[in-house]
Design a protein around this ligand. Structure first.
Ligand code: AMP
Length: 196
């Protein structure tokens, strides 16, 4: 199964994607983590990405696409993948669809985490004190929310128009309870085996 974990900054995408990927037994491919890794290793890509990430912008599509394409071609991606933070623009989604079509695959499922803006702000500012991410500031969040609405929210419309299954999940509450909601939704719609 090719699934996307979708949601605004601070919605818990990364946390939920890593848990759900383990439960589904498929690799978790997180664009933001891969970019932070490039920054940490001071690669050419990391060097280009860091100021953009710190300002809450989006790294150019071609750079992110190349990075994701190489991980989709890894042998362990054969059983499926859970993509987190990619695609984040409609052009990225169109490129992903074409990449998957070449592998006779498509996006089967979009898990969309829904969290109100006030809660996102509280979570990001709390994460700033615990994880020390350089983009977790009030200004960084404000810019990431603008970018999310303008560039990323249309990706959901792209998949909705394509008839892809979209599960809207309430992303507020206990971390375990949210994981349960996601797994229950996947069971209900037949994406994973189990009683509904
Ligand atoms: P995340 O960890 O998913 O919140 O991503 C952190 C930052 O990495 C984002 O604010 C962007 O600057 C950058 N980034 C992550 N994924 C993408 C993507 N698919 N396209 C462009 N930039 C991205």
């Amino acid at each position: 199964m090719i699934a996307l974990m979708f949601g605004p900054p601070g919605s818990g995408k990364g946390t939920q994607a890593s848990r759900v990927a383990v439960l589904l037994g498929i690799p978790h491919i997180a664009a933001g983590d891969m970019l932070r890794d490039e920054v940490a290793h001071d690669t050419a890509l990391g060097h280009e990405a860091k100021p953009i990430m710190d300002a809450g912008g989006l790294v150019p599509d071609d750079l992110v696409v190349r990075m994701i394409e190489s991980s989709l071609n890894q042998p362990d991606a054969g059983k499926g993948v859970l993509l987190d933070g990619f695609p984040r623009t409609v052009p990225q989604a169109i490129t992903l669809d074409a990449m998957l079509a070449r592998l006779n695959e498509k996006v089967d499922e979009v898990i969309s985490l829904e969290v109100p803006d006030d809660e996102l702000k509280t979570r990001i500012l709390k994460r700033a004190t615990t994880e020390g991410r350089s983009d977790d500031t009030a200004e960084g969040l404000a810019q990431r929310l603008v970018v999310y609405r303008q560039e990323t929210a249309p990706v959901l419309e792209h998949y909705s128009a394509a008839g892809t299954r979209i599960d809207a999940i309430n992303g507020v509450g206990d971390i375990d309870a949210i994981t349960d909601r996601i797994m229950e939704a996947l069971r209900q719609n037949g994406a994973v085996a189990g009683t509904a």
